[in-house]
Design a protein around this ligand. Sequence first.
Ligand code: F6R
Length: 366
Amino acid sequence: EKGGFRHFMLKEIYEQPQAVLNTFRGRLNPETGEISLPEISLLPEEIQRISKIFIVACGTSYHAGLVGKYLLERWVGIPVEVDLASEFRYRHLLIDNHTLAIPISQSGETADTLAGLRMARQMGAKIISICNVLGSTITRESHGTIYTHAGPEIGVASTKAFTSQLTALLLLTFYLAQARGTSPEGCRELLSALVAVPGILENWLPKWHKTSEEIAQRFYKARNFLYLGRNIHFPIALEGALKLKEISYIHAEGYAAGEMKHGPIALIDEQMPVVALAPKDHVYEKMVSNIEEVRSRRGQVISLVTEGDETLPEVSQATIHLPQVVPEVSPIVATVPLQLLAYEIAVTLGCDVDQPRNLAKSVTVE
Ligand code: F6R
C-alpha cells in the first residue's frame, strides 16, 4: 500500500509530479493559454463585480492561501486578504455580495474553515473552494469547487495536497485574469512554466532526497531551526518550518527575512540552523544581506539557491539547489526539498512521521 516506500509521507512526496499534473490536466490549453474551469459557476458579470477576495484556511492550506495572495494581486489586481479560519470566524468582517471567498482545505471537513465559509456565504459572498476530497462538507456548501485531484493523502503531514493547492491557485488566478482581461499575454508564458513543473519535480526529486539525507545527518541534533524567505517564498518558509516541527518535534519558526532585525536575530548563534530560501528573483540581493547577517552571528546557513548561483554556496554551510523557474511556480518547486529535509530529520530521530503525536488528519472540531 506504501508502494515500496517506508512511509506514506515519503510516497506522497514522490507522488507530487503526478499530483500537480492531475490538478492542471484537462484544465488548460498551453497553445491558446485558455483555462477551463466550468466548476466555477460564476457569470462573467459576477466575476467583473468582485472587489475583494478572502482566502480562509488552516495550517498548510493557509500557507497555500498566502501564496495565492501574491498570485491573485499580481495577476488579477483584486485586493486579497488571507485569514486563518479560526481568526476569520471571530472577527468583524467587511464582506458583501462583491466579495469572493476562497476556502482552501485538503479534507473539506475542517471545522473552522467550514464555519468561516458559512459566515462569508451568509454575508453574501460567492464561495469557490479549493479542496481535495470529493463530496466533502466544504465542497457541498460552496457555490463551486476546484478539486485538486491529488489523490488520497494518508500521511498526517500535508505534502502533495499543498503543491496541488498551489497549482489550483495558479489556475484560478489565470482564469480570473482572463475573465477580467488582465494580462492575458503574461499568463500564457506562465502556463507553459506550470506545464513543465511535473517533469522538473520528477528530475529533481532524487537529487533533493540525497542532499536532504546529508543535511539531516549534520543537523538533526539541533533543537531549533529558523526558516527565512521573502515575497512569494515567505509562505514557503512558514510551511517548511511547520513540516519540521510537526513530524520531528524540533522547534522551528518561519519568518519573513526582513523581520530578522526586529527580533529573531537575537536567537542566532552557532547552534541555530537557518534555512534560507534565496532563489534568483527580485528580492535575491535582500536575501543575500540577510544571510550575511546570520553568518556574522555564526548561524549555520542552509541555503536554497538557483542552480548556477556561486555566491551563496560559498557563505552557506549547506546548499540545496533549485532549478531555474519563474517566480509563480517557484513555491511549488522550493517546497519539495523542504518536505524531504523535514522527513529525513524526523526519520533520523526515530519519529513516527505518518502519525505524529497529538495530530489528526482531519480537524473536525474547533
Ligand atoms: C499540516 C497539516 C495541517 C492541515 C490543516 C488544515 O501538515 O496537515 O496543518 O493543513 O489541519 O487541514 P485541511 O486542509 O484538511 O483543512
